[in-house]
Design a protein around this ligand. Structure first.
Ligand code: IVH
Length: 656
């Protein structure tokens, strides 16, 4: 059992890819603990019941914690909470004390050390005694302050808490990874853990991570009497804490509060797997003491996972937004967390092989990130031998083209741009605000236009007649006219927008702008060879290769020709990019989200006036344009004294 648990520890902590649900893992550990109680002679010092299974990660400096970082004992059982209370009352018979209940965040335990109010170290828990120095990674997390908000900082304050990936960020990240053919994360916790293990902090910076804090390690120059006080103190220092907690005098009140918490368990921005109950009065902590792994003054209560068992009837294949073939589990409908699930993504072939999923299996389903139905594992002991293995098809199930696996990717793709599944995606991209910006051409409309065969390529948009549109569902006279106006207006966009809208792999809006600056028209770009492309600033061999491959395909050249025939602008608007303009010689850095512009639009406005846009703030930066939710660039601008423009000031500057 020890070996088995050690293997699961390795999967969970080191690889961030657990094979079994937490509930099953907890049950294994519990069984081992019971065996050890019955047979004390069999207990070893390194038993998983005694040590935390997280090992140092290669590539990071190992740090020794000044105060050990413990774990918590956990239970799924309210009777055990009453026993927890009884034990404490026995040790503290004469004393009055209370409890605090906090949501239990399902994330990655970390510690931060502030000296004189400045963040000097951030580390993982590791085995509780020693962890990894991940200061650089943690500094990229926007909710972690670099200095405490106070005029009289304590000499030392170590805070312990949890890094997590908010559920919405997790969904967006997985969607992006799916589109890029990367393996997706199984749940927000794995995504957070996997992100913090990155050796390159710039990757971590792109991951939507957040943190909150609930305990302290070493403290010098501060007195904290109660846990409630501690939470308030952390909050005043600008350290994020749990959005909600309950304080109670008795365990019965705690049990009621747990029921209340369970009702709102899905309402938090993070995935929550239970509640943590702590004695409020810190003065009793030493007296209550510690086991090998955890304090006796706190316990975690976990809710039963909202998991259901059902039969996997079939596996079908869906063609996703970028032509990726995704296997989908067709399930016997079953209710999980209040809704009926009949399908769940299986992500890719590797994932199916890893979980050994076969058609006909009894499977357990859960909701990852509280929303995506997912097959967690197979109930292997329910197999009858009639289950059949699944193999991905060699061809796209929608258009029949050969499916290919790109180098370095796990996913199979249909590369046929005319595939209806792909065409819809292409049209979405083509019409999007960052590309051709066609007002009124939404997803529902695209579905209809493609499914009815009215559109076979983006150029067909320009030949749509009002009567065609009026035959569609929910299409009135007025919206039809608006859409036609939107389509007409898109004929006269900047050259970079149509380059971007073509959806050439790896050509983002920024590369498209670089291409516009270099080639004054589409013909020049279409005729360019690899070497010519490599002379364009910002264009590397991968992008260049992808551009030549795109224009080499006859069907793409045909689309281009039809677009031109319908009157779409294929030339740069200005005769030449003004090297002279009101912003000539000025360097800008953009940070945060602007309301009235996408990043690329803002950059285009700056370039059109002769200015340059850079991606990092330095002393040479003239202005930082800051929108909503800015991060480290903003802080750096403040530090270096670079003028910061909000959106209004930026507009005024453009208007000047
Ligand atoms: S208190 C001395 N409070 O859950 C240990 N832990 O399963 C103090 N966790 O090891 C821990 N939310 O990593 C505490 N509100 C919370 C928590 C919390 C999540 C984590 C923590 C702990 C694990 C136990």
């Amino acid at each position: 059992m020890r070996e088995e648990i050690a293997r699961h520890n390795e999967l969970y902590y080191q690889q961030a890819a657990p094979e079994i649900p937490d509930r099953d893992y907890d049950a294994l550990v519990k069984e081992l603990a019971e065996l050890e109680t019955e047979h004390p002679e069999l207990v070893t010092k390194d038993s998983p019941t005694k040590v935390i299974g997280e090992k140092p990660q290669e590539g990071f400096r190992t740090v020794t914690h000044t105060v050990p970082m413990m774990s918590l004992s956990n239970t799924y059982n309210k009777e055990e909470l009453k026993a927890f209370d009884a034990r404490i009352r026995k040790i503290l018979p004469e004393h009055a004390f209370g409890y605090v209940l906090e949501p239990k965040v399902d994330g990655v335990a970390i510690t931060l050390r502030y000296e004189q109010g400045k963040l000097v170290l951030g580390a993982t828990r590791g085995d509780g005694r020693q962890g990894d120095d991940i200061t650089k990674n943690l500094k990229t997390i926007k909710t972690i302050p670099e200095s405490l908000k106070t005029n009289s900082p304590p000499d030392v304050l170590e805070v312990r808490g949890e890094v997590f990936m908010p559920k919405d960020g997790f969904l967006a990240l997985n969607q992006q990874r799916e589109e890029e053919g990367q393996p997706v994360f199984a749940n927000p916790r794995n995504a957070a853990a996997g992100s913090l293990k990155q050796l390159d902090a710039t990757i971590v910076a792109q991951r939507p991570l957040s943190a909150l804090f609930y305990a302290v390690g070493e403290v010098k120059g501060l007195l904290i009497d109660t846990h409630q006080e501690l939470l308030k103190l952390l909050k005043d220092f600008d350290l994020p804490v749990n959005p909600k907690y309950w304080s109670s005098d008795t365990i019965e009140e705690v049990l009621d509060a747990l029921d209340e918490l369970e009702k709102i368990r899905h309402d938090f921005e993070f995935e929550m797997d239970g509640g943590v109950i702590k004695v409020n009065e810190r003065a009793f902590y030493d007296e209550l003491g510690y086991t090998a792994k955890s304090p006796r003054w706190a316990v975690a209560y976990k809710y039963e996972p909202e998991r259901a068992e059902t039969t996997l009837r079939d596996i079908t294949v869906q063609v996703g937004r970028t032509g990726i073939l995704t296997p989908v589990a067709e399930l016997e409908p079953v209710t999980v967390a209040g809704s009926t699930i009949s399908r769940a993504t299986l992500h890719n072939e590797d994932e199916i092989a890893r979980k050994d999923i076969r058609i006909g299996d009894r499977v357990f389903v859960e909701k990852a990130g509280d929303v995506i139905p997912a097959v967690v594992c197979v109930k292997k002991d329910a197999r009858t031998g009639k289950e059949t293995a699944f193999k991905m098809p060699d061809t796209c199930p929608v258009c029949g083209s050969t499916a290919t696996r790109r180098e370095g990717e796990v996913a199979l793709r249909c590369e046929n741009l005319q595939c209806p599944a792909q065409l819809k995606q292409w049209l979405r991209h083509y019409a999007s605000r960052g590309a051709m910006d066609i007002d009124g051409l939404g997803d529902a409309l695209i579905e209809q236009l493609v499914d009815k065969g009215m559109i076979k390529s983006p150029s067909d948009l320009y030949t749509l007649k009002k009567d065609d549109l009026l035959s569609l569902e929910r299409m009135g006279e007025k919206s039809a006219q608006n859409l036609l106006n939107g389509i007409e207006a898109s004929k006269d966009r900047d050259l970079w927008r149509i380059i971007f809208a073509l959806g050439i792999r790896h050509v983002g809006a920024r590369s498209a702008q670089a291409l516009e600056e270099h080639f004054s028209d589409m013909d020049g770009l279409a005729a360019a060879d690899q070497d010519t492309l490599l002379n364009v600033p910002d264009i590397g061999p991968i992008v260049a290769g992808s551009i030549t491959a795109f224009f080499a395909l006859e069907r793409n050249r045909d689309v281009l020709k039809s677009l031109r025939d319908t009157g779409v602008r294929m030339k740069r608007k200005q005769s030449a990019t003004p090297t002279q303009g009101p912003l000539t010689g000025k360097t800008f850095v953009l940070t945060g989200a602007l309301e009235g512009f996408t990043r690329d639009e803002a950059a285009a406005e700056i370039r059109a006036r002769g200015g340059t846009v850079s991606s990092s703030v330095s002393k040479k930066t003239d202005y930082v344009v800051a929108g909503e939710s800015t991060g480290s660039k903003y802080d750096k601008a403040v530090k270096l004294g670079v003028p910061i423009l909000d959106e209004k000031a930026f507009r005024e500057l453009l208007a000047e």
